[in-house]
Design a protein around this ligand. Structure first.
Ligand SMILES: Cc1cc2nc3c(=O)[nH]c(=O)nc-3n(C[C@H](O)[C@H](O)[C@H](O)COP(=O)(O)OP(=O)(O)OC[C@H]3O[C@@H](n4cnc5c(N)ncnc54)[C@H](O)[C@@H]3O)c2cc1C
Length: 590
């Protein structure tokens, strides 16, 4: 029991002001998560990882933890939660709280927006107690934290005040106590990040790979299940260690590929892998990043990673963003880079710049089981799906709107997709012969296609691809058509807003220069993956994961040259291009 308490105290803290006693418990640090999942996707927007009851309509098993009360007293309790689909129906994600044997009658998860919902009050004796989160619906109830206080006053609602208050309440250090040194710190363990890590480690660099999920692969992982497309270019050997077969998107075969990927990463002795660590800051001085700070998604422990070189493989360009790197977001006006395609006009490239980037997706599947199975009414979902009926969702299940930001509004986007899925599935279930249809898998992770793009010395555009421009520093080669998506309801208002279409432009072989893989203004920052330096249309082809893996491999090799001569990335191009290109071209022999 002593050991358990020490663990819980890592991320819960009791403190007293005068006569008052208070205790904040982070839900993600509950000792037993039961069927609840830790969701750290929206930390930058709502302040913390949270527990999510993602049971596809069946209540998930209880999450439990123990906590210590320092003084006898009557305690008021709040949970930080949110009604994620408010309207004239019961909130979909209702749950309850139990303390010891007392189940509070209040339905939780019913308040608008992330806020502290009052649970009730209870008399507690000094000593150890148990707390249980009881899901009622299986429809994505969420709990960020539980707060107990002898004073009837909830924690702050305002996001900024809450974040300062939270650090104080949990008595967290303001910064990580220990600094760890590496040759290259890579943030984001998608295919781009994994490839960069392998290439650099093989070349003798000591590499930290920080990834906020329990499994590697990003969109290719078993959590999102997109298969990898594109050619291998110069990096077949490395990419085969981490890519996937061409199974249908959403296939559980993705789990096998997760195993392969992890096994191969673990074989590289120089890779220090930090799974479940989310970077939350990057500190730069004179345009040089000194360190990246990361937090464990469950325990809240902090770590500082310092290095002469950093690679942003987060997809969202977080490291660059925090360090002050120039970045772009949205669709450029057609004249900005001359990216017109007459056949598709505005759908391809608009007259005026806007925020209609390619959207995010949630993939899902259902299957027939042996007996009839009911699925509850979901009025909160059918409001989005309307009459649309479906039994699974592929890449076309995608959501983008000019007034929504793919990072800042990502939780709303994910939730919109969940409503579209549950509503469409409900409609499908009403059809004759579908009694035994059951939801098998719905990802709770939002699969992103496009958000921030960091600016490098070269901004890769449609013209580079359609003119098949071969650069002296062409480190990535691709043949796959360029495809750019748009929402179906833009052309036909009767179509659902959660489905997209792709426009394909076939262009033969095209090349990406090394100069698109490092930041223009942050001297020691590489970026690979969908946040590389490109225009909106420029991203259309190279965003697929063998291409992003090629970028990652090229960055790993560039880091080797940087280390050898103590250089920043730009100088590799200016001074050692021949040696670098030789290394790239001989990659498969290494
Ligand atoms: C539905 C869908 C279908 C697609 N179809 C295909 C396809 O068929 N084939 C194909 O090849 N491509 C496809 N794509 C495109 C492709 O998946 C993406 O462009 C690709 O994932 C980009 O790779 P990445 O490594 O840059 O990013 P990601 O795969 O997103 O990986 C980045 C990782 O970094 C992690 N991360 C982010 N921030 C932090 C942080 N602060 N700290 C630590 N870790 C962090 C994230 O959790 C994420 O896992 C599809 C995309 C979608 C959404």
């Amino acid at each position: 029991m002593k050991k358990i308490l020490i663990a819980i105290l890592l991320f819960s803290y009791a403190y007293s002001y005068g006569q008052d006693f208070n205790l904040l418990i982070e839900a993600e640090s509950f000792k037993e998560k039961g069927g609840w999942l830790v969701d750290p996707q929206f930390v930058e927007q709502m302040g913390s990882p949270y527990l999510l009851a993602h049971g596809l309509g069946k209540a998930v098993n209880d999450a439990k933890t123990t906590f210590e009360i320092k003084a006898n007293g009557s305690y008021y309790i709040w949970v930080r939660t949110k009604n994620w689909a408010p309207g004239k129906w019961e909130a979909p994600g209702r749950f309850s709280l139990k303390v010891d044997n007392f189940l509070f009658p209040e339905d939780l998860g019913t308040q608008l927006g992330w806020s502290w919902q009052y649970v009730g009050h209870i008399t507690l004796d000094k000593g150890d107690h148990e707390m249980t989160l009881k899901d009622q619906t299986g429809f994505d109830g969420r709990c960020d934290a539980v707060y107990l206080s002898t004073k009837k006053s909830p924690p702050p609602y305002d996001a900024e005040k809450l974040s300062v208050w939270r650090i104080k309440a949990l008595q967290l250090p303001k910064e990580p106590a220990l600094e760890e040194n590496y040759d290259l710190v890579i943030t984001g363990g998608g295919i781009a990040g994994c490839a960069a890590a392998i290439a650099a480690a093989e070349q003798g660099l000591k590499v930290a790979l920080i990834h906020d999920r329990p499994v590697l692969g990003g969109n290719a992982s078993g959590e999102i299940r997109v298969h990898t497309l594109g050619i291998y270019g110069h990096f077949e050997r490395i990419l085969k260690m981490i890519d996937t077969e061409h199974y249908p998107n959403g296939s559980p075969k993705a789990y096998d590929e997760d195993e392969k990927r992890l096994k191969n990463i673990n074989k590289c002795k120089n890779i220090y892998l930090f799974l479940n660590w989310r970077a939350y800051d990057a500190h730069a001085e004179n345009e040089v990043i000194k360190y990246v700070d990361a937090k464990h998604t469950s325990t809240g422990k902090l770590r500082r990673f310092s290095a002469p070189l950093f690679a942003d493989c987060t997809g969202d360009g977080w490291i660059g963003f925090w360090a002050g790197a120039e970045f772009m977001y949205g669709r450029e006006a057609v004249d900005t880079y001359g990216e017109e395609w007459e056949k598709h006009g505005e759908l391809w490239s608009p007259d005026k710049a806007d925020n209609f980037v390619m959207g995010s997706s949630v993939l899902w599947r259902s299957h027939k089981v042996n007996s009839a199975l009911s699925f509850p009414e979901v009025p909160w979902a059918v409001e989005v799906s309307e009459n649309y009926a479906a039994s699974n969702g592929e890449w076309q299940w995608e959501f983008s709107r000019n007034d929504l930001h793919q990072i800042d509004d990502a939780e709303q986007i994910r939730d919109h997709m969940l409503r579209a899925i549950y509503g469409s599935f409900y409609n499908e279930k009403q059809k004759v012969g579908n009694d035994s249809l059951a939801l098998k898998w719905v990802s709770y992770l939002v699969g992103k296609r496009e958000s921030r793009r960091l600016v490098g010395d070269h901004i890769y555009t449609f013209n580079d691809a359609r003119n098949n421009i071969k650069f002296a520093d062409s480190v990535v080669v691709e043949e796959r058509e360029i495809d750019v998506h748009f929402q179906q309801n833009l052309l036909d208002a009767d179509k659902p807003d959660f489905l997209s279409k792709a426009l394909f432009f076939i262009t033969g072989r095209y090349y990406i220069p090394y100069r698109s893989l490092y930041s223009k203004n942050i001297k020691n920052l590489f970026m690979t993956g969908r946040c590389f330096s490109c225009s909106h249309i420029g991203l259309g082809g190279p965003r697929v994961m063998r291409t992003t893996g090629q970028m990652g491999s090229a960055v790993g090799y560039a880091a080797k040259i940087c280390k050898k001569y103590s250089l920043y990335p730009r100088e590799v191009y200016n001074q050692y291009l021949e040696e670098y290109m030789y290394l790239i071209l001989s990659s498969n022999e290494n």
